[in-house]
Design a binder for this molecule. Structure first.
Ligand SMILES: [Zn+2]
Length: 644
C-alpha cells in the first residue's frame, strides 16, 4: 500500500487528475496510522483459534452504494480440518449481524466471543475436508472515515470500497484473517445497482442483470491469495481495457481499468504507462504472477493506493503510484511478507521498483534524481532501522522513511554492491523458491538467495543496514601533488547501534580535460588512501551516481596549482596590520627577517595551527621584509613591504 506516495503526485506536473481532494503527507500518514491502529487493536483482542487450513471461499455480497454502506453477505468457506476440534474459529467483528450459519441446508450452532465466531457441529469436527456458510448483514465499521470498508462519494457518484490491510478483513466479511494461510481460490459475486460496476480479484467470468434492477458481477480468482488482499470496489465506473505485451513471448494480457467517469480520458493516457511497467517487471523479475487472469485498476477515494491482488485500488494514476502498486503483485501478493517484521520485503521492494520503472522509462538521470530524493528523506533523521522493533507501533511499522524508503535504499545498495546479475538473480530465486512463490517470504530467505547468487556472506551487511540504525556521516579531504592523490576519509556513524558502516566510497575526480570515477573501501573510521592519478584534479564529487546511503562533505585542492604562490600577506604593502595566510593547510612555522637578514619576529606556537596568523607590524621599521613560512604542504618565502 502507499499513502505517502500521494505526496509525489502533487509534485508531478502531469499526473495529478486535478479534482480529487488534495491532502498533505502528514494528513495521509495520520489517516493511515489511525486506520491501522484500529486494526492493530482489533488483532490484539482477537486471537481466534481457527483449527483448519483454508482452501476456498465463495462470497455473495449485496451492496448498493446509491443507498448507503449496507452489506448483506453470504460466505461459504471450504477447509481442511487438521485435527479433531470442538469448534472451528472464524474472524468476524461483533458489530455485524449473523442470520445463520449452515452446512448445506443444515443449521449449525455457533458462539460469538468478541471478534471470533466459533461454529460447532454435532460431535466434533474431525480431520478432513469440511465447509460452513455464514449468512450475515449490517453496516460495516468505517471508523474515522478510513475503515476497511468505506462508503464515499466522488464528483459524479457514490462508491463503496474495501481496504483490509493489515487486519481489517473481519470488519466486513467472516474469514480466516491470518498471515500464515493463503486462500487457494475464491469466487466473488457482487450484487449491485444496474448503474454500478463492481471490480474485484481475478477474472470477471460472468455478469448479468436480474429482475431488471440488479447487476451481478462474478469474479473468479484461481491463485493463492492472502486474506487482506481480497477486495471489492463498486461505483458508476467507466471501463476500458488495455493490453500488456511481454518481452519473452507473443502473448498479451488484459489490463482492466475501472475509473471514475470524469477521469476517463486522462486516465486512459496515464494507465498506458503501466503496460510498460508490466513488461519491465515481467522481464527483470519473474513473469507477471497472475498472467492467466489479469492486472487492473479500480479507482477509489482513499488517499493513496492498495495492491489488491490482480486489481489495485488507486486514488489516481500517477507514475509513482501505478509503479508502486504494480510492483506489489510480485512483492506483497505473489510472495507476501511472512510477518510484519518482514514488511520491508513488500514495501521496500515496491518503493525500489518504482525507481526501477523510472530508470527504464524515464532514463538514468530521473532514476538518480529519485534515489537522491529518497536518500534526502532517509537521512533527515539520524536514527531508525528497516527492522521494525515494535510491530504493534504503527508509526514504526509503516514508517515511510524506514520501511519504505530506507528499505528501498538497502535494496539499491545490494544491487550496487553485488552487481545487477547477482541481485536480479537473487530476486528471481527468492520469488520462485517453492516455499515463497504464492506463499510467504522472510528476510533470512531473501538474504540466503542473495548469498547464493553472489557467493558473498552478507551477515555484516544485514546486521548493519537491516537491524542497525542510521547511516554514516563522511568527511572526505583530498590533496594532489603531481600524480599523487592523498585521500583522508573519516566516518561518523549517525547512530551508536552501528560502530562502522562498511561501504564503498565512489568518488569522481574531475580535471580540465579528463575525469575518472574510482571507489575506495575504508574499513576503519579514519583512514588515508594514496592513489596515482595521471591528470591534474580541480574538483572531487562524492557518489555522482547516487549509490551510497551517506551524508558527505568533500574538500581539498590541487597543490600543484598553488606551487607558485602557496602563501600570501594581506594587505601588502601594509602599514599597521597584515595577516599571513596559507592557501593549502595549517601553518607550522613563520619568521620575519629585515633587509639585512635580522630576525625581527617569530610566530609563537600558540599562534600556529590555523591557516592564518597576524603580523605585529606596528613595531617594525618601514622597508622590505622576508617572511619564511611553512605549512603542511609547502615551505616558502614571501616578501612584505612595510609602509611608513
Ligand atoms: Zn505499498
Amino acid at each position: 500500500m502507499s499513502s505517502w506516495k500521494a505526496l509525489f503526485m502533487m509534485f508531478l506536473t502531469t499526473a495529478w487528475a486535478g479534482s480529487m481532494q488534495a491532502q498533505s503527507e502528514d494528513d495521509l500518514l495520520c489517516a493511515e496510522k489511525e486506520r491501522l491502529m484500529l486494526r492493530l487493536q482489533g488483532r490484539a483482542n482477537s486471537g481466534t483459534a481457527h483449527g483448519y487450513d483454508i482452501d476456498y471461499y465463495r462470497c455473495h455480497w449485496q451492496v448498493n452504494p446509491k443507498n448507503g454502506p449496507y452489506l448483506k453477505g453470504q460466505v461459504l468457506a471450504r477447509f481442511q480440518v487438521l485435527k479433531s476440534v470442538d469448534s472451528i474459529g472464524i474472524d468476524f467483528v461483533a458489530g455485524m449481524q449473523i442470520d445463520s450459519v449452515k452446512q448445506g441446508a443444515q443449521h449449525l450452532a455457533y458462539e460469538r466471543n468478541g471478534d471470533a465466531l466459533y461454529v460447532k457441529k454435532t460431535g466434533s469436527w474431525s480431520p478432513g475436508w469440511d465447509s460452513v456458510e455464514v449468512f450475515y448483514q449490517g453496516n460495516p465499521s468505517n471508523s474515522g472515515g478510513f475503515g476497511s470498508y468505506a462508503w464515499d462519494r466522488h464528483m459524479t457518484g457514490p462508491v463503496i470500497h474495501t481496504l483490509s490491510q493489515p487486519y481489517g478483513a473481519k470488519y466486513w466479511w467472516p474469514c480466516k484473517q491470518t498471515l500464515h494461510d493463503k486462500i487457494d481460490s475464491i469466487d466473488i459475486y457482487v450484487y449491485t445497482d444496474t448503474g454500478m460496476k463492481a471490480g474485484s480479484n481475478g477474472l470477471l467470468v460472468e455478469q448479468w442483470v436480474q429482475n431488471d434492477t440488479q447487476a451481478v458481477y462474478h469474479w473468479k480468482h484461481r491463485y493463492p491469495v492472502a486474506t487482506y488482499l481480497v477486495a471489492m470496489a463498486i461505483s458508476n465506473y467507466a471501463e476500458y481495457t488495455q493490453y500488456a505485451h511481454w518481452s519473452r513471448s507473443q502473448d498479451s494480457m488484459p489490463m482492466l481499468n475501472y475509473v471514475f467517469p470524469q477521469f476517463r480520458t486522462q486516465s486512459q493516457i496515464e494507465t498506458r504507462e503501466c503496460l510498460y511497467m508490466l513488461r519491465i517487471f515481467d522481464s527483470l523479475f519473474t513473469e507477471y504472477p497472475f498472467k492467466k487472469e489479469k492486472y487492473g485498476h479500480a479507482q477509489f477515494t482513499w488517499g493513496g493506493g492498495m495492491e489488491h491482488q490482480t486489481m489495485s485500488f488507486m486514488v489516481n494514476f500517477s507514475f509513482d503510484l501505478m509503479a508502486h502498486e504494480l510492483a506489489h503483485m510480485w512483492f506483497g501478493d505473489m510472495v507476501t511478507c511472512g510477518s510484519w517484521q518482514d514488511l520491508w520485503l513488500n514495501e521496500g521492494f515496491a518503493t525500489y521498483l518504482n525507481a526501477i520503472a523510472l530508470e527504464n522509462m524515464r532514463g538514468v538521470d530521473a532514476f538518480e534524481l529519485h534515489m537522491r530524493g529518497l536518500r534526502f528523506q532517509v537521512c533527515s533523521q539520524d536514527g531508525g532501522s528497516v527492522f521494525p522493533k515494535d510491530t504493534l507501533n504503527v508509526s514504526n511499522l509503516f514508517s515511510g522513511r524506514l520501511t519504505y524508503r530506507k528499505a528501498a535504499w538497502v535494496l539499491h545498495m545490494l544491487r550496487d554492491q553485488l552487481g545487477d546479475e547477482a541481485f536480479f538473480q537473487a530476486c528471481r530465486d527468492y520469488l520462485q523458491a517453492p516455499d515463497n512463490a504464492y506463499g510467504f517470504g522472510y528476510t533470512p530467505e531473501f538474504q540466503a538467495a542473495l548469498e547464493r547468487a553472489s557467493g558473498r556472506n552478507l551477515d555484516t551487511f544485514i546486521q548493519t543496514w537491516y537491524y542497525g540504525e542510521g547511516f554514516p556521516y563522511l568527511n572526505i579531504e583530498w590533496k594532489q601533488r603531481g600524480k599523487r592523490m592523498t585521500l583522508q576519509i573519516d566516518q561518523q556513524p549517525s547512530h551508536p547501534s552501528v560502530s562502522l558502516f562498511y561501504i564503498p566510497i565512489p568518488l569522481k575526480f574531475i580535471g580540465k580535460n579528463a575525469d575518472t570515477l574510482l571507489r575506495v573501501y575504508p574499513d576503519q573510521l579514519s583512514q588515508q588512501f594514496l592513489l596515482e592519478l595521471p591528470f591534474a584534479v580541480d574538483s572531487v564529487v562524492f557518489d555522482p551516481h547516487i549509490r551510497v546511503l551517506a551524508k558527505a562533505t568533500v574538500k581539498g585542492q590541487n597543490l600543484d596549482a598553488l606551487q607558485a604562490e602557496p602563501f600570501a600577506v594581506l594587505p601588502n604593502p601594509a602599514a599597521d596590520q597584515a595577516a599571513l595566510v596559507s592557501k593549502s593547510g595549517r601553518l607550522l612555522s613563520a619568521q620575519a627577517y629585515n633587509a639585512v637578514g635580522q630576525l625581527v619576529w617569530e610566530a609563537e606556537p600558540a599562534d600556529l595551527g590555523s591557516v592564518q596568523v597576524d603580523l605585529p607590524l606596528s613595531n617594525w621599521a618601514a622597508g622590505p621584509y622576508w617572511i619564511r613560512v611553512s605549512d603542511e604542504n609547502f615551505v616558502s618565502c614571501v616578501k612584505l613591504i612595510k609602509k611608513p
